[in-house]
Design a protein around this ligand. Sequence first.
Ligand code: GAR
Length: 205
Amino acid sequence: MLRTRIAVFVSGGGTNLQALIDSEELRSGEIVLVVSDKEEAYALKRAEKAGIKTAVVKKKGVSQADFEAGLISALDENRIDFIILAGFMCILSADFTSRYPRRIINVHPSLIPSFCGKGFYGLHVHEAALAYGVKVTGATVHYVNEIPDGGEIILQKAVCIEDGDTPEVLQRRVMEQAEWKLLPKAAEIVSKRIADEKNNVERKN
Ligand code: GAR
C-alpha cells in the first residue's frame, strides 16, 4: 500500500511538527521532508532528531516568485503529495496554492472566522482574542487556498479563556488542548484520502 508523502512547512519552534512526529494517528502518510524559511528555526532540530530530511528555503531578500519556485523544486525533488503548514509564517500566493488543491492544510490558533487573515499569526492572535474579551477561543485546521485562513474548515476545537490569562498562557493552552490534537487528526483524514487516490491509480495501471 502506498502512503501519502508529506512535507511539513515550519518557521519557528515546531511544537505542532513534534505533535505530528509523535502521533500514532498518522498512519496513511509519512513525513518525508520538513521545509523552513528560517535556518535558525528550532523545528529543523526536531526534524533532524526524528531522522527526517530538511530543507531551508529563504524568503528574506528574494521575490515571492523566486521563494515559491524554491519551495516547488524541494517538493518536486521529494515527490511530495501533501503539504502541512505547521507554524509557517509566510503567505503563499494563488499561483502556489492552485498547484495543490485540497493538498495543503494549515493550523490556526483561533476559531476561524475570528482573529484570522493577514497580520493574525502566532502570539498576535491570542493578544487580539484577549483584547476583544472573548470568553472562548480555540484552534482550526483548514485547507489552504488563495485567501489567507480562508479555505474550507476541516476540524475545530474550542478552548476556554480563564481569568488572568496572558497571551503566552493562552497560547500554550490552545496548543495543548486543541492544536496538538487536531493537527494529527486532520493530517490523517487528508493523508487517507490522498493515499486512497494513489492506490486506486496504482490498481488501474
Ligand atoms: C502555532 O500556535 C500555530 O497555530 C501558529 O503559530 C504557532 C506555531 O507554533 N500559526 C499561525 O499563527 C499561522 N497563522 P509551533 O512552531 O510551536 O508549532
